[in-house]
Design a protein around this ligand. Structure first.
Ligand code: ZN
Ligand code: ZN
Ligand code: FE
Length: 729
């Protein structure tokens, strides 16, 4: 075919001449046979008059500043991997092998334009051999900025926990493998930060890591040696396999095999496990032929940010790791591993970070340059300009001061490399969110966006929806327009405005934040709502946790709302039921009770009677309220007659799904809308999502879920950006 190609401000423009069959083949190739790191967000085809071109040429870039796209970090490609294990190759066992098609990008870029001097490879001048590859247009390493070899590039070394160098180069890698085989805990420097690693099949080593990391129950992720090994640890479908082996190399949450050789301490009381494949060449060198899998958990203590700088890692992880496997290629930007799961045959994000940031989401309309600062927990920020909205990598929980300090660095770095200087800002309506405080400090016109409105807009934006929709937003906590805590919401609206069409019946959150950490408090609040004072004399563990002397005070708190803000939270309802079923009275990490309740319910899938919903009440008023008091009473009765907890848990899930479907149908009837958005942290729950999705689809409604950003607060910033951008036009 003949014609030309050029970069323009809007993207890439290609003119080609050829037969219709050739055109079809070309268009198809443009979508399905791209180079590994190329990514087409959308394309438009139009016909043009014939110009009888004689050849195909690359024209100089068109007018205007082009949108700058910085590639995410990408797993080592098959070609590099082959060379890595080829004794005849000059990069045999070189831990930093990379080419145009793979390797670190976002994590090593220090500025723009993207050239070697503006990366953390600046300190490694190319040797003559590498230089030849770099300059040869026919070479796979033509203009690949991070390339290097044994002679000119970064090196690994193994250090004691006190920071003394024990070994370097390949010897360090070999020794590290031996130490891991002996059950040692290693801190390993990767692409976006440090991991803490142990042999995943060595129970004692996993136990030691748990004790040292002070992480008693939260599941560990594992890195399987290969795709086939992963298949021995977990049952995976085609989509899960595809995600696992993608260049983004996320952690994929998959069904654990019961008969696997993994330590049971990796994900206790959980049928699921987070698995990823080696993505840095160093990971392959450590794992291949040595281990089935390694635990590769983030290198931090509890809620602190993951360590990514050598000195900081040695200091903070010195008490956990026995040894450190370091290298001298600095990590400029910290990013955690991304975490995903497959829902309805498509990927669903839990955490969006390495491999995906800073890939843009295309907005359905153009916006002025702006910054959205997200929520307080699972924080991400969003920079948008034109139709491109770039969500940062997962930053973390801002209540941790070290995490909060990293927000301004992330914003500054992103706006520099993306060439976006925000002219306005958006933040959450919550006045005390640290993300809102951060936004206030920027001297920009500021729009405060209601939390669940942002959830709604986030899901609309990534699905390119316009107009009005119905949003089922099931969430933990969000500041409502009426200053109460929302979270079980049915909203009607679009980017411009919304109204609260229905919500869960509010009840007091006894003790405020402590009710989030102690689900038994929510159980007692629900029991009190359902049966009044009688709740305190029930023969049930949640009623006995309080000493007799404090019961009066607790009852008063509930009655008068002292230190007990009203909440319609769906997350808290799940907490309450988890406590009621004695699955968990206190949590050690966010979402734990709900997660375990879901795991428990899954055991009853297919069981007789498990799908019969409990009673609930829809109170017709403005807005409509959904009351689960009768369900709580029925659950209590089921417990007393000895019904299995997993059957109860399953029936409870069905109850929430049925209630939501019913309310949604009523709203659809009233408004004539048939597009339903599912968003909010509760939609990390696969069982509930599936029940609700099925219920709504069977009723003839069009259901839209998150695919590109997380349904939890990690996706909020995108919604804030869409709402603020739309307002300003
Ligand atoms: Zn490569
Ligand atoms: Zn070299
Ligand atoms: Fe939320």
């Amino acid at each position: 075919m003949t014609g030309w190609v050029r970069n323009t401000a809007a993207g890439v423009e290609i003119e080609i001449e050829g037969s219709p069959a050739q055109h079809d083949a070309f268009e198809n190739a443009l979508q399905y046979t791209l180079p590994p790191l190329a990514h087409v967000t959308s394309h438009i085809c139009t016909s043009a008059p014939l110009c009888r071109e004689k050849s195909f040429t690359i024209l100089p870039s068109g007018e205007g500043g082009a949108d700058v796209h910085i590639a995410p970090d990408s797993a080592v490609c098959p070609d590099c991997l082959r060379e890595l294990f080829d004794p005849a190759d000059r990069r045999f066992r070189y831990p930093f092998i990379t080419c145009t098609n793979c390797g670190p990008r976002y994590s090593i870029i220090t500025g723009v334009p993207y050239d070697r001097p503006a990366t953390t490879m600046a300190g490694f001048p190319l040797c003559p051999e590498c230089m030849i590859e770099y300059g040869n247009p026919l070479d796979r390493r033509f203009h690949a900025q991070p390339i290097a070899c044994h002679r000119c590039g970064p090196r690994v070394s193994l250090l004691s926990s006190e920071g003394k160098i024990i070994s370097s180069h390949d010897d360090a890698v070999i020794l590290a493998t031996e130490l891991l085989k002996d059950g040692a805990i290693l801190a390993i420097k990767g692409i976006g930060g440090f991991h803490l690693a142990v042999d995943a099949c060595n129970n004692n080593a996993v136990r030691r890591l748990r004790q040292r990391k002070k992480r008693d129950e939260k599941p560990f992720a594992v890195m399987a040696a290969s795709q086939s090994t992963a298949g021995k640890l977990a049952v995976m479908n085609e989509m899960e396999n595809l995600l696992l082996s993608s260049p983004e190399a996320p952690i994929v949450i998959v069904k654990k095999r019961l008969e696997s050789s993994l330590s049971p301490l990796i994900a206790p009381d959980n049928g699921w496990i987070g698995v990823m494949l080696p993505y840095a060449p160093l990971h392959h060198l450590l794992l291949r032929d040595n281990f089935q899998a390694l635990v590769m958990t983030s290198g931090n203590i509890s809620d602190e940010p993951v360590a990514f700088e050598d000195a900081d890692a040695l200091q903070r992880l010195g008490g956990i790791a026995d040894f450190f496997l370091l290298h001298d290629r600095p990590i400029h930007v910290r990013s955690d591993d991304s975490v995903m799961r497959v829902f309805q045959g498509k990927p669903l994000f839990y955490r969006r970070a390495r491999g995906f940031a800073p890939r843009a989401v295309k907005l359905p309309f153009a916006v002025q340059p702006l910054l959205a600062t997200g929520a307080e927990l699972k924080n991400t920020v969003c920079l948008a300009d034109g139709t491109r909205a770039v969500l940062s990598q997962h930053i973390g929980d801002l209540q941790n001061s070290a995490v909060f300090e990293s927000i301004s660095a992330t914003v500054a770095h992103l706006s520099e490399i993306l060439a976006i200087s925000p002219e306005q800002a958006a933040c959450d309506l919550h006045p005390d969110y640290l993300s809102s405080r951060y936004a206030e400090k920027r001297a920009l016109p500021l729009l405060r966006v209601q939390h669940h409105h942002a959830h709604l807009a986030s899901c609309m934006a990534e699905n390119s929806l316009e107009g009005e929709v119905i949003g089922i937003i099931f969430d933990g906590t969000g500041y409502g327009s009426d200053s109460t805590v929302w979270g079980g919401e049915f909203l009607v609206g679009g980017y411009d405005e919304f109204r609260r069409a229905a919500h869960f019946r509010p009840l007091p959150l006894p003790g405020g934040d402590s009710a989030v950490r102690e689900p038994w408090r929510m159980a007692l609040a629900y029991l009190y709502q359902a049966m009044g004072e009688a709740a305190f004399s029930l023969d049930h563990p949640v009623a006995r946790i309080l000493p007799e002397s404090e019961r009066g005070l607790f009852a008063q708190m509930l009655r008068r709302g002292i230190n007990s803000p009203a909440t319609s939270s769906c997350g808290r309802l799940f907490d309450a039921v988890a406590a009621l079923l004695n699955i968990r009275h206190r949590v050690t990490y966010e979402g734990q009770a709900a997660l375990e309740l879901e795991a428990c319910a899954e055991l009853a899938e297919g069981a007789y009677n498990a799908c019969v919903p409990y009673m609930f009440e829809i109170m017709v008023q403005q807005p409509v309220q959904v009351d689960f008091s009768s369900a709580i009473v029925e659950i209590l009765r089921d417990l007393t007659v000895g019904t299995g907890v997993s059957v109860i848990a399953h029936r409870f899930h069905q109850t929430v799904a049925s209630a939501a479907t019913k309310v949604c149908l009523r709203i659809a009837n009233d408004t004539g809308h048939d597009r339903i958005i599912l968003s909010g942290g509760v939609f990390q729950n696969r069982l509930l999502s599936e029940m609700l999705y099925t219920g709504l689809s069977n009723a003839g409604l069009n259901v839209f879920t998150h695919r590109l950003v997380p349904p939890n607060d990690g996706g909020i910033a995108l919604g804030q950006a869409a709402i603020a951008g739309r307002r300003r036009g």
